[in-house]
Design a protein around this ligand. Structure first.
Ligand SMILES: Cc1cc2nc3c(=O)[nH]c(=O)nc-3n(C[C@H](O)[C@H](O)[C@H](O)COP(=O)(O)OP(=O)(O)OC[C@H]3O[C@@H](n4cnc5c(N)ncnc54)[C@H](O)[C@@H]3O)c2cc1C
Length: 590
């Protein structure tokens, strides 16, 4: 069973991702190291003791739809009750509406643990927190007063409604309509698909944030407006009133996260009077996508934490099994009978790969959260730098962490041998759950495009160059440390950072010349290269901050074993585009 790795998480936050320096500078007011440790340890306890035990029943029973109402698995309503009573929903919410406004770093660390407990559970509150952020930034005061306190506490949950059958990655194709009503509200019509927690019985009300088009709105994404549409209308005194004309008409049967209801939502079909779902504008007309992006950016990092969370759970499960399962003989085992499989170098390689990738993804994601915190708390002169850093790291945190979730969960199945394929061990569930995260919240292909076309050019390329220069500084510190336990790690790390530097220069050159096709051809290998170099350096930072040899060993393994892949990825980015584009044209029949 999963146990939250609170010490490892606290170490990564403080010594690898920057929380230590921020606390030293008192950037978060009276937030102390003791309080950080206390929050992490309680969040970890909730994940291990309350969420994780309900993950199997969630997977087996799933959410069930009957007569437009979704029933959650047994025990989940009580679990959600303890969640809100414990104040966990309010961790990162604004103080003015009852939140604790703790730094993003703490919020993502807690989110990692809750996702390790159950991805299907944690995604619900994640969306609510994203809705809170979007409403706080863009909604009118009246909407904030009415909805935010209950969303922050978790008494109500929030959803994000973008996708329609013809519009997934390309939101320009959205068709849902909004018509202004005489009283200042709007009537929403249309169908949304794949809406996570669109309907359920965990809360009395559900607050949908919906992208739709006003009459005469411009085509494309510039014609989208954002609306708040509650399941039940809310009176001025906060009481629940009439049922709104928004209903769940279908629930998807899926590969994983069975307890997370994935709903088809019908707006304005006249199931109740008056026809048309009643909604209120959030932000300005036709500026809805920018408002939704507040929610989506938050959600991208949060989905990254799903990847890290599942990967950590898979690591723990595989390590425990490898120490228990006995097969064959091993040179390092002199006990009775067959050796535990953890003695076999091939299993050790698999487990170290899993741990190295997981810790890399964790460190990158926490560094992204650190940049978000710094952008909020820093003096004006530093704000832009940190906002750009957060923007640069968000697609990497989302895509690499979620790819890592799948890769590590799959390796975890392998460590279990045949039992990995059998549901009983839970290793298969982790792999099934992990598979959605590279797809939703902007597919990982879209994240790679975002990194290359929009994030590399930030400040004329200076942001990414300064990031790589910082990687280089740690590399120098590794060289200067002369730590015997790091072996030849500096050589591998230098190869990784060098490959990243060269590939970055190549892509910036292409973008500068307007040659986007070859740049796009290299986007996905570039994102992985970026992450491997960042991950290797993060492991080195951890090793340098830890005088024992516990972390040095993993850093050395990672540097030696991933340097070759990093160089090959760089080669793919620089030399692979021409052949890809030539052969790719042969695939096209439409
Ligand atoms: C379980 C689940 C939960 C979800 N929850 C929500 C939710 O709560 N709210 C919501 O609004 N949506 C939700 N979604 C929808 C999800 O965000 C979309 O499925 C996702 O954005 C991809 O869109 P699509 O499925 O239409 O795929 P497509 O956009 O059709 O993409 C298909 C493939 O083409 C690639 N591709 C597309 N465009 C490009 C391009 N320009 N360049 C290169 N490659 C491209 C993609 O990377 C992908 O590999 C959910 C989906 C699922 C399965």
């Amino acid at each position: 069973m999963y146990r939250a790795p609170v010490d490892e998480i606290a170490f990564t936050l403080k010594h690898v991702a920057g929380l230590g320096q921020a606390l030293d500078r008192s950037l978060f007011g009276d937030l102390s190291e003791d309080l950080v440790d206390a929050v992490l340890s309680e969040a970890g306890r909730f994940a291990s003791d309350e969420i994780a035990p309900l993950s199997a029943v969630g997977d087996e029973t799933g959410a069930v739809l009957e007569d437009a109402a979704v029933t959650m698995p047994q025990g989940w309503k009580e679990l959600y009750g303890s969640w809100t009573e414990g104040g966990w929903n309010a961790l990162s919410g604004p103080e003015a509406f009852g939140g604790q406004a703790l730094p993003a770093m703490l919020a993502v660390a807690a989110l990692e643990m809750w996702n390790s407990g159950s991805m299907a559970f944690a995604i619900g509150p994640t969306l609510t927190m994203g809705a809170v952020e979007a409403l706080e930034a863009h909604a009118s005061d009246a909407l904030k007063q009415k909805y935010l306190p209950k969303l922050v506490s978790g008494e109500w949950m929030g959803t994000m409604n973008l996708t329609e059958p013809q519009a997934g990655s390309d939101l320009a194709a959205l068709r849902a309509r909004a018509e202004p009503a005489d009283d200042g509200s709007y009537r929403i019509f249309g169908q949304k698909i794949f809406i996570t927690y669109g309907e359920h019985d965990l809360t009395d009300n559900i607050v949908h944030l919906v992208l739709a088009r006003l009459p005469d709105a411009p085509a494309g994404t510039r014609g989208l407006s954002l609306f708040l549409v509650p399941k039940f209308l809310v009176g001025d005194d906060g009481s629940l009133g009439q049922r709104n004309d928004v209903f769940c008409s279908g629930l998807e049967h899926k590969l994983g996260i069975h307890a997370s209801p994935t709903c088809t939502m019908i707006y304005g079909d006249g199931f109740v009077e008056p026809k048309g779902a009643i909604g209120w504008l959030v932000g300005e007309e036709n500026r809805g996508l920018a408002c939704m992006f507040t929610m989506m950016n938050n959600a991208r990092l949060a989905v990254g934490m799903q990847g890290v969370g599942v990967a950590e759970a898979a690591c723990q499960k595989a390590l425990a099994y490898a120490n228990e399962r006995r097969q064959g003989k091993a040179a390092t085992y002199d006990g009775e009978g067959m050796a535990p499989i953890v003695h076999h170098p091939d299993i050790q390689r698999t487990l170290l790969t899993m741990q190295g990738l997981t810790r890399s993804a964790r460190a990158i994601s926490y560094a992204c959260a650190h940049a978000i915190d710094m952008a909020r708390m820093s003096p004006a002169a530093e704000k832009r730098h940190w906002q750009e850093r957060a923007n640069l790291l968000t697609p990497v945190a989302k895509a690499f962490s979620t790819d890592t979730g799948v890769e590590v969960a799959s390796l975890g199945v392998q460590v279990h041998g045949g039992m990995g394929f059998i549901e009983e061990t839970g290793a298969a569930r982790l792999l099934r759950d992990a598979r959605i995260a590279p797809i939703y919240e902007g597919t990982n292909g879209i994240q790679a495009i975002d990194l290359v076309l929009r994030k590399l050019p930030l400040s004329g390329g200076d942001q990414v160059r300064s990031y790589i220069a910082e990687l280089g500084e740690t590399l120098e510190a590794v060289r200067a440390s002369n730590r015997a336990d790091l072996g030849g790690a500096a050589k591998g790390l230098a190869a990784m950072v060098g490959a990243l530097d060269e590939a970055t220069g190549h892509l910036l050159g292409l973008i500068g010349k307007g040659e986007t096709q070859p740049a796009l051809a290299g986007a996905t290998p570039y994102l992985r290269l970026f992450a491997l170099a960042s991950g290797g350096i993060a492991l080195a930072r951890g090793a340098l901050a830890d005088p024992s040899d516990r972390r040095a060993g993993l850093c050395r393994f990672f540097a030696d074993n991933f340097a070759g892949e990093a160089q090959a990825l760089g080669d793919q980015v620089i030399n692979g585009a021409e052949a890809l584009l030539a052969a790719g044209s042969g695939l096209v029949s439409a």
